[in-house]
Ligand binder design. Structure first.
Ligand SMILES: Cc1cc2nc3c(=O)[nH]c(=O)nc-3n(C[C@H](O)[C@H](O)[C@H](O)COP(=O)(O)O)c2cc1C
Length: 182
């Protein structure tokens, strides 16, 4: 299973729209995927699903199970205050420790209003994922100045599209769910 994680809990986020766009790009290559929207997390999970409550929160456990069942993950990561959103780190902290992400293949896509495209956000997240023994795909896509390059649900910047294509090609090398439509 491949899960695309929309890495913010902000309502009506561009991150979720990019997640949907990414899912369409995968579908065009016959790769099935599911979107996990962090805005759907239980609102109290930071206090009710972590540490001594690990594994005890029924709704949060459904998120954990989806991660467990996914061999591949795509993180869509908005740049917040020069890094990735705190809710994403809290979500990772709520996964099974220390093996919740071990051995999974992860693709990273950053986006920002400014010119960095989440460069630091992806760098910080890569450090965490490597600490957790995750295989991070080397092609990391940074969608800077997103408002100018994402119009009506489509990426209009040719370089961004090329980089996304390269990343998806890498994901497909190890994907076992590619369906045959012929
Ligand atoms: C709390 C917060 C902090 C942000 N910090 C940055 C930032 O450091 N650099 C930047 O370029 N954009 C920043 N932004 C703008 C987002 O990167 C931008 O809105 C982008 O569309 C992705 O966020 P979204 O998915 O919430 O829409 C910030 C937005 C929020 C809500």
């Amino acid at each position: 299973m491949l899960t695309i994680i929309a890495g913010t809990n902000r309502k009506n986020s561009t991150t979720l729209k990019i997640a949907k766009f990414y899912q369409q790009r995968l579908a065009a290559k016959n790769v099935s995927s599911t979107i996990m929207d962090l805005a759907q997390l239980p609102t109290d999970f930071v206090f009710s699903a972590l540490y001594e409550n690990s594994g005890k929160h029924e709704v949060f456990n459904q998120f954990r199970k989806q991660i467990t069942d996914s061999q591949q993950l795509v993180f869509i990561v908005p740049e917040y205050n020069g890094s990735y959103p705190g809710v994403l780190k809290s979500f990772i902290d709520g996964l099974q420790y220390p093996d919740g992400l071990k051995g999974k293949e992860v693709a990273l896509v950053g986006l920002s209003a400014g010119v960095l495209g989440g460069a630091w956000a992806l760098s910080h997240l890569t450090d965490i994922l490597h600490f957790l023994n995750v295989d991070v795909i080397s092609v990391k896509v940074r969608l800077a100045s997103i408002k100018s390059h994402f119009v009506d649900g489509e990426i209009t910047n040719p370089l961004y599209n090329e980089l996304l294509e390269m990343q998806i090609e890498k994901l497909m090398l190890n994907n076992t769910t590619i369906y045959n439509i012929s």
